[in-house]
Design a protein around this ligand. Structure first.
Ligand SMILES: Nc1ncnc2c1ncn2[C@@H]1O[C@H](COP(=O)(O)OP(=O)(O)OP(=O)(O)O)[C@@H](O)[C@H]1O
Length: 234
């Protein structure tokens, strides 16, 4: 068997090894992540399920450079991010990582197009093309609408377009369908799957919604801070 030279191996979008996160003080100290290892390739759509309080959001927080692990390694697109200072972490996050939350967290006064322009400007990107980004999420007809005139599913689509403004290599998604009915949930998750395939972004999605798991490439389960592969349901 010929081995692939290390330099030709694809760099994973996210690599976590032996990650431990402990929170709280003294007797209240809790091991929230317990020896978690995870490798997600570019273009891969990974779902994480598990009971409430098992550590799913904490895993996203560490992957998104919003929390520092107690020990372990985190690499995003090959960069060791644990040692980055606050300013460098913020710059790295803006340039490489997109976030989608349970509710889209849009700014009420801004139109859909302006939400994207603002996100671009905050990341130092003045060449954002809101039209093509909104087209990618089938929202070009709503470019001049403010969030108050959009449905929950439409707001979530704008939230996804906003997360894609800087072409992140890693998209971290926390409960994107919590506020949506079954059909809209399916559509929003299909959109995330398409984005992973088309843009090559790795998507890591935390969800309680077992109906959407068939659209993912991999499913892992978090239990008491430990992560295990469970496979995609048939
Ligand atoms: N600042 C903190 N200090 C101590 N414990 C904390 C702190 N923040 C979170 N925890 C604990 O960490 C554990 C994991 O929380 P986390 O939010 O990651 O779980 P989750 O799986 O995302 O839950 P849910 O599905 O309800 O959102 C919980 O037991 C929580 O109580």
């Amino acid at each position: 068997m010929t081995s692939i030279p290390a330099s030709d191996m694809p760099v994973p979008a996210l690599e976590m090894s032996d990650l431990v996160l402990e929170l709280g003080d003294g007797d209240g100290r809790v091991r929230v992540l317990d020896s978690v290892s995870l490798r997600v390739e570019a273009g891969e759509f990974t779902a994480i399920v598990g009971p409430s309080g098992s550590g799913k959001s904490s895993l996203l927080a560490v992957a998104g450079l919003l929390a520092k692990p107690t020990s372990g390694v985190v690499r995003v697109h090959g960069t060791d991010v644990v040692g980055l200072g606050k300013g460098a972490a913020a710059r790295f996050r803006l340039a490489n990582i997109g976030f989608v939350f349970q509710s889209a967290n849009l700014i009420p006064a801004l139109t859909a197009a302006d939400q994207l322009r603002l996100a671009g400007r905050l990341a130092g990107n003045r060449t954002v093309d809101p039209k093509s980004l909104l087209e990618a999420v089938s929202m070009s007809q709503r470019a001049s609408h403010r969030p108050g005139r959009l449905s929950g599913g439409e707001r979530q689509r704008v939230g996804i377009a906003r997360a894609l403004v800087n072409r992140p290599s890693l998209l971290l998604v926390d409960e994107p369908t919590a506020a949506l009915d079954r059909r809209r949930s399916y559509e929003v998750v299909s959109l995330l799957a398409d984005q992973a395939r088309e843009s090559g972004a790795a998507v890591v999605m935390v969800t309680h919604d077992r109906d959407v798991l068939t659209q993912c490439d991999r499913v892992l389960e978090m239990s008491d801070g430990r992560l295990a592969e469970v496979g995609v349901p048939a």
